[in-house]
Design a binder for this molecule. Sequence first.
Ligand SMILES: Cc1ncc(COP(=O)(O)O)c(C=O)c1O
Length: 413
Amino acid sequence: MAYSDISRSISELIESHGIPKREVYLDNENSGQIIPEALKAMEDAYRWSGRGHPSITHLMGWISYQALYEATLRITSAINCSPEEIIYTHSGTEANNLAITGSALSSPNKRKILVSSIEHLSVVFPAERLEKQGFKVIKIPVNKDGFVNLDFISKHVDRETLIVSVAVVNHEIGTIQDVEAVRDTVRDKNKDVLIHTDACDALGKIPLDMKKLDVDLASFSSHKIYGPKGVGALYVKEGVRLEPIIHGQLSTQKLWPGVENVPGIIGFSKAVEYMHNNFKENVLRMIKLRDRLINGILERVDHAMLNGPFGEKRAPDNVNISFLYCEGEALTVELSLNGIYVSSGSACTSRVLEPSHVLLAIGRRHEEAHGSLLMKVTPFHVLEDIEYVLDVLPDAVKRLRSISPVKPLKQVR
Ligand SMILES: Cc1ncc(COP(=O)(O)O)c(C=O)c1O
């Protein structure tokens, strides 16, 4: 379908949908709001400090360079690393691509890559592309809660292994992985293997100290921490060598050429600073909202099951529930009509209508994966938002089940 046709049909959808009286935005996996401090700093930067090109030698260039450096210090002091270890990209996707493909280009003789079977597609796809070029890609299995199998890693890491990639927090099911244990398992077998962690969903949600984590590479995405879209970063530990995967000139950083999005990076740094300075209150608040939402849904809706672990090994914002005998996509539309915005299956593939590879990897059946909803609370939600969802969602599920051709053996409530 042509872009203009899609745009016309989307305009019609917006018009027929209308603006609901009450709105609760829970699709923070896909993107979300910007922290006001970040927005304000960006507005100022577009007018002044972020206007010039940070690599150019005139006053506006120097001012821009200084603003970029100060933004970087905000980020590095939150995650405990040095400014030279941060490479800006324009998304978490680009950071993940640079980590996987950049390391393959820098060590072409090592041809074995291990990635967990529940990684974000921006890790899985570059690995699969390398597989087509002759690399051996091994997917690390996970248990029913999404924890990687350390024995499997130990068995498969050898002298040929280039990189092992396991996310600290899984974006779909919220599993908080023991990356330090993964790191030690890998280094016990071969200390030269690179350890990459996708930390896009971890920043601001769990404590992150790069010195303590001691991985070689870690990816970040601004909009996952309530900063602007279109900014990402890759932490590259001092001494780790990567080859650039895009080429050009004029950048303060060789690994990702092209002018830095200085106003965006300033917004990102302000979001990081806000989440760092308010870490404890934010996390406690999110856990309270998360648990109210999970428990409320499981109490009120039959044939519903939580995906991912219960309790402290779950990211504080993550709620992922499968509703049997219910189509996830239809449920997102039904909820949208009531002003509740969530995503279904895998958020990142929800337009593709493929069951989430993450849910399949933890052992969910296709119909369970298709009937799943992913919701992410933020520190900016209030309890009334969650109560509103708990009022609306059970009826929405009931209505869809009443018209679904697939029914449970026992009558659904
Ligand atoms: C874990 C994880 N990695 C990578 C990405 C990609 O980040 P971006 O949207 O900035 O490309 C996301 C985005 O949702 C994510 O959740």
